[in-house]
Design a protein around this ligand. Sequence first.
Ligand code: NDP
Length: 242
Amino acid sequence: MKPIALVTGATSGIGRATAIKLSEMGYRLIIAARREDRLNDLKALLSKTTEVLSITLDVRDRKAVEESLGHLPEEWAAVEVLVNNAGLAAGLEPIQDGDPDDWDRMIDTNVKGLLYVTKAIAPGMCSRKKGHIFNLGSIAGKQVYANGNVYCASKHAVNALSQGMRIDMLPYGVKVTQICPGAVETEFSLVRFHGDQHKADNVYTGYEPLTGNDIADCIASALSLPQNICINDMVVMPKSQA
Ligand code: NDP
């Protein structure tokens, strides 16, 4: 039986590329995100090569996460790889001009959503003594840049949680790898600037960003290492980004 991987935020960018990569590596896929039409498209694509369970889910909804991911059908329950990828930046303003609704979206998705999903999946990994969790942190979890305030705080939290998760699950043989990308060209900037395409395009001036496929390759490389090796933390930058 093929192993099972779960990718949150699979409808776009890094998550979509990772789901495709994992299907090519021989995993069955559980894909989750909010946009059902996009999930359906991805399911149709992945279904050509593997089995797919698609779950329309807002990771901020604790009850929905518990009900869906906490009670997966028996044949889908033994998740071996969890990619905690769903996340966003909202706004890029000095803290005094920030919008508390944006702050809620970032903290609720990037931090609390990641926790809810982990709570649904990690106990099974511990009881089976097998699993690998990837948390999408960011270079914003290692440093703070101008106007990045709350997004940086949310990714610093992911950094701390990744370390904590690793320590807590070490006795159960569960690996935890934090992936910290620099700039990756996805829908991320469009979301950050609330749909302003011009502002989003300007983000990548002066250097060539990474692609979602680049990050998927990094996840694949960490997964392909021998069982006794764990990459705890991977900072992945475009070579032309300072
Ligand atoms: P995208 O905007 O392209 O993709 C984000 C994904 O997250 C979408 O599939 C979206 O799906 C999903 N998502 C957002 N909110 C929720 C929610 N509440 N519940 C479920 N799914 C949700 O961005 P990226 O692929 O670039 O981002 C992926 C991760 O990588 C994020 O955690 C981001 O912070 C991180 N990252 C990105 C960088 C970049 O430069 N792009 C750099 C460093 C880190 P839907 O809208 O359908 O729910």
